[in-house]
Design a protein. Structure first.
Length: 422
């Protein structure tokens, strides 16, 4: 029995040794490397390294919900409206031997109803938008980004629209020179900003094909006390109006350049309260009224004023509209989570050398006018990135000519906003 047991155990040991030797001869299978996401702290919170690269990426976005009330003028007009806006954005940054390489893209889709979409009941609009898409490489910026005419660091804080150039996004090619100690300068070729130059059925100003971009430059300082920026822009005025300068003599007016200059600055006020700040924007434009924040027209109450950069004067040449814009405000934190913004703007547009009948009645064009707006809001941020706010705004327009009979030249509106940034 002992002999049989010894033979059995010896056989098992021998088989194990043979099997082990054969297994050692087989190729070993290498375990796959586990790629963990690494935090990238170089550019601030929220960035992580794209696996297998040295590029840092941040994924962010925004959801905004608004309700708006606008004082109606008659029974046909909407008094209320809703807005829902969704935003997704990606920010990719890579350190290179030539400086920072940054790629940024932001997409938005907005759903508007009621007063946001139009005055007629049932108005609805869905608007997809490439809000920003740009590349920065060293001092170069190319793509769609905030215009370099504007100081994007202003703590404006308003929900509505004041009358000044409030950092619109435009397509551009720009180069920024950094001098250190907070100073920089930028030159930029940007898409043109146009007001209502082409009014159907009139000889006001028929815009000809564009042959040059708007040229923008700025000098900026950003420091611990605040920011200051001086900027200017040149805007092409090229007419397609065929003008009779003499019997049988027709020609196109010579191309002109409109221009605009602006100062925009902010001042931190820690003595008043942590996070408190004031801001100011002052601009003048001659033939480039888009840089004052004007579109093709403005409507306040029942008065509609069209705005034009240029027009054909009584002498058959191009003449320009001129204007001023002044805007400013104050941000105050009542508590670390409750802040209030108080803001206002005043603007004036005027024309001279207006040809008879160049501005037909009913269009509200060719009439000098003033417009001012004032408002305030209160915002509660119970958690980081979440804003719950309410705003009220008053607007008034004053044409420097006879108002239409029974016209209303001022209006009140209010908004409620819930917004989450992440």
């Amino acid at each position: 029995m002992k002999l049989a047991k010894s033979l059995f155990l010896g056989s098992v040991a021998g088989l194990a040794a043979v099997a082990g030797a054969q297994a050692a001869d087989l190729p070993a299978k290498k375990a796959a490397a586990v790629e963990y996401v690494r935090v990238c702290s170089t550019y601030g919170a929220g960035f992580f390294y794209i696996p297998g690269t040295e590029t840092c990426l941040r994924v962010g976005g925004r959801v905004r919900a608004e309700f708006r009330y606008v004082e109606p003028l008659d029974r046909l007009e909407n008094a209320i409206g809703f807005r829902a806006r969704g935003r997704i954005q990606l920010d990719a940054r890579t350190a290179t031997a030539y400086g920072l390489l940054r790629t940024f893209v932001r997409f938005e889709i907005t759903r508007d109803t009621g007063v946001y979409s139009g005055p007629i009941a049932g108005s609805v609009s869905n608007t997809p938008n490439v809000d920003q898409a740009f590349i920065q490489f060293g001092g170069l910026t190319a793509g769609r980004v905030v215009s370099f005419y504007d100081n994007s660091d202003l703590p404006t804080g308003h929900f509505g629209t004041l009358r000044f150039s409030d950092a619109p996004n435009v397509n551009l090619f720009a180069y920024t020179f950094s001098f250190g100690n907070g100073f920089s300068a930028t030159i930029s070729a940007e898409e043109g900003r146009y007001t209502g130059n082409n009014i159907v059925g009139t000889a006001v100003f028929a815009q000809a094909g564009q042959t040059m971009p708007d040229l923008v430059g700025n000098l900026k300082y950003a420091g611990t006390w605040g920011t200051a920026q001086l900027s200017g822009a040149l805007h092409q005025l090229r007419s397609d109006n065929l003008v009779a300068y003499a019997p049988g003599v027709f020609d196109y007016p010579d191309t002109e350049l409109g221009w605009s200059v602006s100062f925009q600055g902010s001042l931190n006020l820690p003595a008043l309260g942590a996070g408190d700040a004031a801001w100011l924007a002052v601009s003048y434009a001659d033939g480039a009224l888009g840089y004052l924040g004007w579109g093709s027209s403005v409507t306040v109450g029942s008065i509609r004023q069209s705005v034009v950069d240029a027009y054909i004067g009584a002498d058959g040449d191009i003449h320009t509209g001129q204007g001023w814009s002044v805007a400013g405000g104050l941000r105050h934190y009542w508590t670390p989570t409750i802040r209030q913004n108080v803001f206002g703007s005043w603007a004036r547009v005027e024309y001279d050398n207006v040809a008879p009948l160049a501005f037909p009645a009913g269009l509200g064009v060719g009439v000098d006018f003033n417009e001012w707006r004032a408002g305030t809001n209160v915002i509660w941020s119970p958690v980081a990135g979440l804003d719950l706010g309410v705003e009220v705004l008053y607007a008034n327009i004053d044409p420097r000519g006879p108002n239409p009979i029974n016209s209303t030249n001022d209006i009140w509106e209010g908004r409620i906003r819930v917004q989450r940034d992440f």
